[in-house]
Design a protein around this ligand. Sequence first.
Ligand code: PLP
Length: 360
Amino acid sequence: MNITVTKPFVPPFGEFQTYLQGVWEREWFTNNGPLVNELELKLKEKLDVDHLLFLSNGTIALQIAIRALDLQGEIITTPFSYVATTSSIVWERCKPVMVDIDVDTLNIDPSKIEQAITPKTTAILATHVFGNPCDVEAIELVAKKYGLSVIYDAAHAFGTRYKERSLLAYGDIATCSFHATKLFHTIEGGAVTTSNPEILKNMAMMRNFGHSSLTEFGGVGVNGKNSEVHAAMGLTNLKYLEDILAVRKELCDYYKSSLTDLPIVFQKIAPDTEYNNAYFPVIFESEAMLLHVIEALNLNNVYPRRYFYPSLSELPYVHDQSSPISEDISRRILCLPLYHTLSREEVDMICRLVKRSIRY
Ligand SMILES: *Cc1c(COP(=O)(O)O)cnc(C)c1O
């Protein structure tokens, strides 16, 4: 069987079915049903955040976040992330302004933010790359100084804690993805979290066509709701969160101990972090070496992924925003397979192939 970069967590079917039984009995499939409410409550508890809305995916979460803060003009963002981070800014008719990343953490470099601020800047939208916390203190300082909003794309951050708080508790809004490939998933799904009740009210209205009551509209909205069936998957999977986190940690530690003394660099995780091990990225010395490794792995039915390539500064709709560090890292970084059912023997094989193909 193929070893892919990720596989969805598959819970016992019977447990999912038990939730579905209730959905069938109630004949209530969507529109803020009891399972959506239960999932939101449990996620709030688990993630220790004040407010959370369950949405249809992580991209609509970004779009609603940008809208709820009424952002216009320029948004400072990172060139090293999944395309949705940048495309959502452009989709909302704002201009993404790329600030290059830190070569060690792979997150936006806060020391370069100030020089990118113009009178048109309204916000900072940064990604906690691979679940590694951004320098949230430095970002908050510069945001406060210039009166900017802060949104975190926390699509990878589920389960990471920074300074004893959930990483989703930082920023004016954090957005999350519960896509099947993510550490915690609802098949398709996402969320926004905030501690600000006004922003929450706005986002709740926007999620539901702008309804403020059955017969009244408080503003323009979109359909960002998610269903009872997706919430059922989330409730089923949530029971396995500790187990998922433990298995990933063990696999990542094992990868690291098997890939020592090689010309390979790992992402540097921020201090004071309980890391979720969402991904296992490795940075090679050159793109040639990376391509060589991919070829060797593919020949053995192992399919890693080039996350993130290309650098978002090179998107066809992003102009003149050269980000040399992000562009360089993008060419040399590879995410090795990491999922709940990956075995140590498979990690052994992958590491053997990596070692052999870089001729160590
Ligand atoms: C997955 C992902 C998204 C998009 O989430 P979807 O739920 O797939 O829409 C956004 N940003 C980042 C960084 C992601 O990895």
